[in-house]
Design a protein around this ligand. Structure first.
Ligand code: K7E
Ligand code: CUA
Length: 669
């Protein structure tokens, strides 16, 4: 949701219901949620949920994992964010994950989720998320629920129409939301937008086995704003559809200036053809700078590499690759149905939902049924490619998901509802209110060719009176509706972390069997691992002190360290020797200007510490790991810079007595 747009629509909404009238105009049926239907969301203690749901965290930069239908929160995955709970972005191993061409960027705005697919069905291997601010795509491994790769997108700004995925996970895409000046001279007047600002859509290739991403090619586009996207599937496989707004090419007050035209566009890209052009050398290599960060599961460490080149295809040199389809009015969502025949556009300010037919798109292209060109790119005739329009669906359609029975579910921000309609005959079948102002919605398997149906989950923008107040900001919220019958029924409200945009749900059975329980010690290739208490040691390298530390219930080795001096940097490389599921140890030192470590069984992680004052510092395990967790503690002594306290360490025996006086070191006071 773009802020200007949100403001505009909120204004319309408030006008519509009366400024203080949200409560009094509460849609009827609020109470029904508490009735017998609520039992459908009940998952008894000790029982598992049927689905995992991966929910974007919006401006928290995270992704969270919920069970459906219970709405229980299982995990928050740091993606484009630091997370002190897990030491993510604080440990030396994870810091490179957040590197970009702009340096360390420990925050972003994560809007969309894409689960990997094989043959247009979920395969449970990876989940991708986009960074909307500093353009990036992340890949999370569903064995570990960890971010294992982040790639920055060059020639882009505001990576919103991303990371939508093709039906065999060949590519995830990235369309630039902000058009920007590109090339050598980017220091241009903003009012030269029409001449100097350009867009791109990027195709990020995914390695079939490892999942590793690379920027395969970009397509140069006119300076418009790309919003959402979906891959074709089934008969439209090989195509990609991107909604765009601001075909007016405005650079100020877009809420007015980008809403002038009656229709903007959905851009249809024949990516199979683009792939051929790229192979045939039709592209131009451009000099750029972008970061590619990878987490290595055997060294438990990330590396960041800056890359310098990208292949750009220009539609002018690549005929039959890109077409525009007119779409009323300020398109947002752009969703393909399970068969791949229908493409649903959602104009945020439109009064109808246009549904396009892929068969008609092919026919119109073959017959050159064009309505002129836009920046040299053919515009297909609206009527020629239209399957039909859903009439009087509601106000402010945003996004559409599908069940396995030929029905579509569209979210309406302004009229705050979900509307169910039939994809073939475009008849509205049912509508339910959402509390309030829904953005995205999600049906388990909804974007695949075989939706699982059962539920539609609303991800709402405004919470108002649904929860206990928590100061000026209320919790963000989601709502689950049972869609197994003809009528949708609200069965549960649940709060979410961050602002939820898109989410995808997948049967639990596809993920839980692969879930990794430990990191095997014999596979631990971390250069500073101590694979056993006997290997624990403390080594000085100039002013670096490397502590090869082990942790096991319920002690650290070593747990007494002396001989650190002011000016030293201490690296605690902590190896968790446990080989049991769910036994992490934590590690923290008093006064550290950082966070803790949370080290999984068999894993090594490093905390860097630059002490600023002489003294003795306690350190301890932060995760309650055993009956004697509280005993899992130790001390590290820091002496002044000129001290000659020798570097010593131990566990279970006392260190030799050294006092500042006895060693001739200056007093600390
Ligand atoms: Cu929230 Cu997908 Cu950024 Cu619509 S977008 S709501
Ligand atoms: Cu280890 Cu608590």
């Amino acid at each position: 949701m773009k802020h200007s747009f949100l403001k505009l629509l909120t204004a319309i909404l408030l006008l519509a219901v009366g400024f203080s009238g949200l409560t009094s105009c509460k849609p009827k049926g609020t109470q029904s949620a508490a009735g017998g239907d609520a039992a459908k969301a009940y998952v008894a203690p000790g029982k598992y949920d049927e689905f995992y749901s991966f929910v974007s965290g919006g401006f928290s930069g995270q992704m969270s994992v919920y069970g459906l239908p219970s709405g229980r929160l299982f995990r928050v995955i740091p993606v484009f964010s630091v997370d002190p709970e897990k030491g993510w972005g604080y440990s030396e191993e994870t810091k490179p994950m957040l590197n970009t061409s702009h340096g360390f960027v420990p925050w972003d705005d994560l809007h969309h989720i894409s689960l990997s697919e094989t043959k247009s069905e979920h395969d449970g291997r990876w989940v991708f998320g986009n960074a909307n601010n500093t353009p990036r795509i992340a890949r999370i491994d569903l064995k570990t629920f960890r971010t294992v790769e982040i790639i920055e997108i060059p020639n882009s700004a505001g990576n919103h129409s991303s990371p939508f995925i093709t039906e065999n996970s060949e590519y995830v895409v990235a369309g630039t939301r902000f058009s920007v000046p590109m090339g050598d001279n980017q220091d241009v007047p903003i009012n030269t937008y029409k001449e100097n600002f350009k867009g791109t859509v990027s195709f990020i290739g995914i390695d079939k086995t490892s999942g590793e991403m690379n920027v395969s090619f970009q397509i140069a586009t006119p300076g418009i704003n790309f919003d959402l996207a979906r891959a074709g599937k089934g008969r439209s496989a090989g195509w990609f559809f991107f909604s765009c707004y601001n075909s007016e090419k405005a650079n100020t007050l877009l809420e007015v200036n980008a809403s002038q035209k009656d229709k903007d566009f959905i851009m249809a890209v024949n990516w199979k053809k683009a792939e051929e052009y790229a192979k045939a050398g039709k592209g131009v290599k451009k000099q750029v700078r972008y970061a590619h960060n990878k987490y290595n599961e055997s060294t438990h460490s990330a590396t960041s590499e800056i890359k310098n080149e990208v292949l750009v295809l220009d539609p002018k040199d690549c005929p039959d690759m890109v077409y525009f389809m007119p779409c009323p009015k300020s398109p947002h969502g752009c969703d393909t149905d399970p068969t791949g025949e229908y493409i649903v556009g959602s104009g945020k300010l439109a009064a109808v939902i246009p549904v396009f037919s892929f068969a008609k798109i092919e026919a119109a292209i073959a017959a050159k049924n064009f309505d002129g060109t836009y920046d040299g790119i053919p515009v297909l005739k609206y009527e020629a490619v239209l399957h039909g329009e859903v009439q009087k669906p509601g106000l402010g359609p945003l996004h559409t998901e599908f069940d396995g029975n030929g029905n579509a579910y569209t979210s309406f921000f302004v009229s705050s509802e979900i509307v169910k309609w039939n994809v073939k005959d475009l008849k509205v079948l049912d509508r339910v209110p959402t509390y309030y102002s829904i953005g995205h919605l999600s049906v388990p398997g909804g974007p695949t060719s075989k939706p699982h149906g059962k539920y539609v989950i609303a991800y709402n923008k405004i919470t108002k009176d649904r929860y206990l107040p928590t100061g000026p900001e209320l919790t963000q919220s989601a709502q689950i509706y049972d869609i197994s019958g003809e009528k949708m029924k609200l069965i549960l409200d649940f709060p979410t972390i961050g602002e939820p945009h898109y989410a995808e749900a997948i049967p639990a059975s596809m993920i839980m069997k692969n879930s990794q329980k430990i990191y095997k010690l014999e596979d631990n290739k971390h250069p500073y691992a101590a694979l056993g208490d006997d290997n624990a040691k403390v080594v000085r390298k100039g002013n670096e002190i490397h502590v090869y530390m082990t942790s096991i219930r319920s002690h650290f080795t070593p747990d007494n360290i002396e001989g650190v001096k002011l000016g030293d940097i201490v690296y605690f490389h902590v190896t968790n020797l446990e080989q049991d599921w769910d036994v992490p140890h934590g590690f923290a030192v008093k006064g550290i200007a950082n966070a803790e470590l949370l080290i999984m069984p068999g894993e090594t992680q490093t905390l860097a510490w630059k002490p600023e004052k002489a003294g003795v510092y306690p350190m301890y395990c932060t995760d309650f790991c055993s009956a004697l967790h509280q005993e899992m503690q130790g001390y590290i002594r820091v002496s002044p810079a000129g001290s000659n306290v020798p570097l010593t360490f131990s566990t279970g025996t006392n260190l030799p007595a050294t006092t500042p006086a006895a060693t001739g070191a200056p007093s600390t006071k």
